[in-house]
Design a protein around this ligand. Sequence first.
Ligand code: G1P
Length: 299
Amino acid sequence: MKKQKITKAVFPVGGLGTRFLPATKATPKEMLSVVDKPLIQYAVEEAVEAGIDTLIFINGRNKTAITNHFDKAYELEHQLELKEKEQCLAKIQNIVPRHVGCIYIRQSEALGLGHAVLCAKKVIGNEAFAVLLADDLIDGGTKGCMQQMVEQFNYSNQSIIAVQEVEHDKTDQYGIVQVDDKIAKNAKIEKIVEKPKPEVAPSNRGVVGRYILTPKIFELLENTKKGAGGEIQLTDAISELLKEEQVNAYAFDGIRYDCGSKEGFLEANMEYGLQHPDIREHLINYLEKLHERFRQDDC
Ligand code: G1P
């Protein structure tokens, strides 16, 4: 098979964000901010670091916030220039580097992740591509999760899905995979199921929102019926893909924050806050005081 390069990434951003209402009433959940940057920007930076130069956003309602975020903000830039706020200016200019292009596709109905990915079919064509779910925020340390996956893909030319161990009683929140080798970092998937109950889950290896998929997935998605939660599930199409091609589960290096949940989102803010040079000291002092206060309350 001809070696392919991953140059395109799909960002499904059309979900309803029900777990964060009312915050997400007029704003997509991917625009919620961890410290001072929206979740979608972290995901875009991870993709760009991995060599991706075409970003495809699958929008739902409330699409303008994301489009505006990656567009030039003339008025704001002008105001900041007048006030000589160079540092602020640098933060909003070139959020997306010049060589990277953005494409926006409207998903008119929130029919599920599988349907969102299928919306990118015409733009992707016959290439392998990446999918990033921005509510999974991943701190890959020295190398981002997508870059780790692209390196694996360059070696194998096979679809790859990021996985990590999840708590046994939470398997019904994830796609769950069964692999042929439980120790290997990159193992062949034998089975994948969307959100199985703990008693029937084939393992506790959960799918995290990073995928590299071959274009074969599109014809399978076209025939995928509604699955878990009454939605067209990407997992179900991947389950069909397994019958035709090898798909691998990749245990990435890094920490993943489930920013689709309030707990994970607050944890991410805390951790990224503690890494942020401007607020680190303040946050440490505050947490110490808070800890002291709770200890006294317990007495
Ligand atoms: C989606 C996928 C699921 C995956 C999860 C990771 O579910 O359908 O397989 O494990 O993302 O975050 P969602 O969280 O959108 O319900």
